[in-house]
Write a protein that binds this ligand. Structure first.
Ligand code: BDP
Length: 691
């Protein structure tokens, strides 16, 4: 019988920080005057973390709270329906026990109690009442993981929020308290894994000193239910083991990885496993030896299998030796491998077939590999959506992809492929490339925190609407004044579409400048690999614009299920948002809007600017209702956004006009400079681009 440990208020309650600098994220708990009574029916590091959080966040008068497992003898008479909660779900409700009314947080595991504690606080912080609380939830996806593209020298690839949070130099001795706050924030969303190092991995992260550093982080994260994973460099047996090959079929290579896995598990008993970027953008992999991605993944899977580890194997591959449309290459390579992966491998597929663009049609692999669990990978950091400064709420982007109908089976969506339920996969997952760094507000701006938040919430429940998530986040971040919430949500709602409009409307993609990806570069054509050049993607010429991916072109449409392919094959049926992704059309082609392709492009660039101007106006109006520090920062970032949106629009239009020789439709302002001026802009040290 579990011992009933009463843990009544031992820590002092912590109130909100004096200055609102964004450090507290969405966990800006009210100061409580009195200590709530919290009882915990089990004393473990995780239940202690859960109780400490409730103690921190529970408003005055909201106690008492009991945290107890569903199997606790005290709860047996209550006949609670807890079977469906699984290993990680929770139920929070009011019960009467021993004649006393308490708020019960229960679940089948300590994790359930942890997530239930955060759910209760979210309920209260979004205006819910304690006396009617009734929350039940279980995650749809088993692996809810952040991918940090953090290098060991502290530079974060595509990171716009300062340097890496991990101070590799001072680890394992110094455990920055910030590591705990990072874990709390993730646990509040249900995120249960983190890959510490960049997918463009260095072998040194698998050496003993770095394993010890990773183990120190794992120790901090463990009470918050977060497992640590590492990106593995496929050639590590050569670099660290002195073996002549990394061929996955070589027994010496397999033995090296097995010994390495054993070594890691001795230091981190609950190590999650490896994430691998192989044969992509210069990274080594099994294809170097004529072996397949499945051979490589399965060899690593065997090494971690005895420890219950998993392999997340990325499908983000394209080769300079392959002349085929880049958008087709991952499907071509991976689809034939369906059913060939070990059961502890999950294939990690980016949301779209190219690369985290502001808008891409969903990746055709979703629905095409029913015998393989597929983990979706989103990019939370805004490499292609304005870095840290642009306000672009990604909830609608995530939602649009998750809700996409694959056309394979009736009712099948990307979300239902990802949750793996229909195919009874043992593992399922969602990965987000983190937007977290050591900047005081973690993500470089208050609104970027919403993207971390939205990813976590959708990884838990992919059916949530981006609007609901935005409301929740806004209430926790800016307070419960409905007028503020409405205005903040209105600003967020159209912001991603605005970024699409001013960077690449109508399905255009990959138009940014070289390397750092800061700002426009649609004219770039001289890079070594054809598919690195924007001209490869937009194919603009005097006759028209867009990439023909129908039968007369690359026929990428054929990678989709027939029902979806039929839509994408026909320019009249393809949604305007994806039009030039699939079709090369004359500039004067008439669209359903009554405008030509050229007229519509210009209209959308202008619409993007107008939306940003409107977002600024709305934020301006919120000034009296938002704390000064956070308001000022967002206001200055919105000013940057407007300037850069105009730059994107003007540079792009100047370039398109140099190709099509057309005039701007009446009423549309000419670009501020000539094309030569835009081409001459250089930016030697922008963030996120390791030198
Ligand atoms: C691209 C990034 C690059 C990453 C790559 C990846 O520009 O920095 O290494 O994706 O996902 O979008 O591996």
């Amino acid at each position: 019988m579990p011992l009933l440990v009463a843990m009544i208020a031992s820590l002092a309650a912590t109130g909100p920080a004096a200055a609102e600098d964004g450090y507290q994220l969405w966990m800006r708990y009210p100061a409580s005057a009195s200590q709530p009574a919290i009882e915990v029916a089990r004393d473990t590091p995780m239940t202690r973390a859960a109780a400490a959080e409730v103690r921190r966040g529970l408003p005055t008068g909201a106690g008492p709270v009991l945290l107890a497992l569903a199997r606790d003898p005290r709860l047996q008479g209550l006949r609670l329906a807890t079977a469906k909660l699984g290993d990680e779900g929770y139920s929070v409700q009011r019960i009467t026990i021993d004649g006393r009314t308490v708020t019960l947080i229960t679940g089948n595991s300590d994790r359930g109690l942890l997530y239930g504690a955060f759910a209760l606080l979210r309920h209260l912080d979004t205006g819910g009442a304690i006396d009617t609380v009734a929350l039940t939830a279980a995650p749809a996806v088993t692996l809810r993981v952040l991918n940090h593209w953090d290098n060991l020298d502290g530079v974060v690839e595509r990171g716009y929020a300062g340097r890496s949070l991990w101070d590799w130099w001072s680890l394992p001795d110094v455990k920055d308290p910030r590591y705990t706050d990072y874990a709390r924030a993730n646990a509040s969303l249900g995120i249960n894994g983190t890959v510490l190092n960049n997918v463009n991995a260095k072998a040194v992260s698998l050496t003993a000193p770095y394993i010890a550093k990773a183990a120190a982080l794992a120790d901090v994260f463990r009470p918050y239910g977060i497992r640590v994973y590492l990106s593995a460099r496929f050639s590590a047996p050569i670099e660290l083991g002195g073996i002549k090959t990394a061929d996955p079929r070589d027994p010496a290579v397999a033995a090296w990885w097995k010994a390495k896995a054993d070594e890691i598990y001795r230091a981190i008993p609950d190590f999650g496993g490896f994430l691998v970027k192989a044969n992509s953008e210069g990274q080594p992999g099994p294809r170097d030896y004529g072996a397949s991605h499945a051979d490589g993944a399965n060899m690593l899977a065997a090494a971690v299998k005895p420890h219950h580890g998993i392999i997340m194997w990325r499908a983000f591959v394209y080769a300079e030796t392959d002349p085929d449309d880049r958008a087709k290459q991952a499907y071509t390579e991976f689809k034939p491998l369906d059913g060939k992966f070990a059961d502890n491998v999950i294939v990690q597929v980016k949301n779209g077939a190219i690369d985290f663009q502001p808008r891409e049609p969903f990746h055709p692999l979703f629905g095409a590999m029913p015998k393989t669990p597929l983990m979706i990978e989103f990019q939370i950091t805004k490499e292609y959506l304005g870095f840290a400064s642009h306000l672009a709420y990604l909830g609608p982007l995530f939602e649009e992809v998750l809700d996409a109908d694959t056309g394979v089976r009736r009712g099948e969506t990307v979300a239902s492929v990802v949750d793996g339920a229909d195919d009874r996969h043992g593992i399922s997952g969602m990965a987000g490339v983190a937007n977290i760094g050591d900047s005081r507000d973690w993500s470089g701006s208050t609104f970027n925190q919403a993207n971390w938040y939205a990813f976590g919430r959708l990884a838990w429940d992919p059916t949530l609407s981006s609007q609901t998530i935005a409301r929740e986040w806004a209430a926790q971040t800016f307070g419960q004044d409905p007028a503020v919430i409405d205005a903040v949500v209105a600003i967020m709602a159209g912001s991603r579409e605005a970024a699409v409009d001013y960077t690449g409307p109508l399905g255009l993609a990959h138009l940014m400048a070289t390397g750092h990806h800061y700002g426009p570069g649609p004219w770039v054509s001289e890079l070594a690999r054809p598919e690195w050049n924007p001209v490869y993607y937009h194919r603009a010429d005097r006759g028209g614009i867009g990439f023909d991916r129908t039968r007369t072109g690359s026929n990428a449409v054929a990678q989709y299920a027939p029902r979806v392919a039929k839509v994408y094959a026909d320019p009249a049926k393809t949604p305007l948002e994806e039009l030039l992704w699939f079709h090369h059309l004359p500039w004067d082609h008439q669209l359903s809007t009554g405008r030509t392709v050229w007229g519509e492009l210009v209209h959308r660039y202008d619409r993007g600017i107008a939306t940003v101007v409107d977002m600024r106006r709305q934020w301006e109006a919120l000034k009296p209702r938002i704390d000064a520090k956070r308001w000022e920062k967002a206001a200055s970032q919105l000013a940057v956004q407007e300037r850069e949106a105009r730059w994107w629009r003007d540079a792009s239009l100047a370039y398109w006009m140099s190709i099509n020789g057309l005039a701007l439709p009446g009423g549309s302002a000419p670009p501020a400079h000539d094309l030569a001026w835009y081409k001459a802009q250089t930016f030697p040290y922008p963030p996120g681009n390791p030198q």
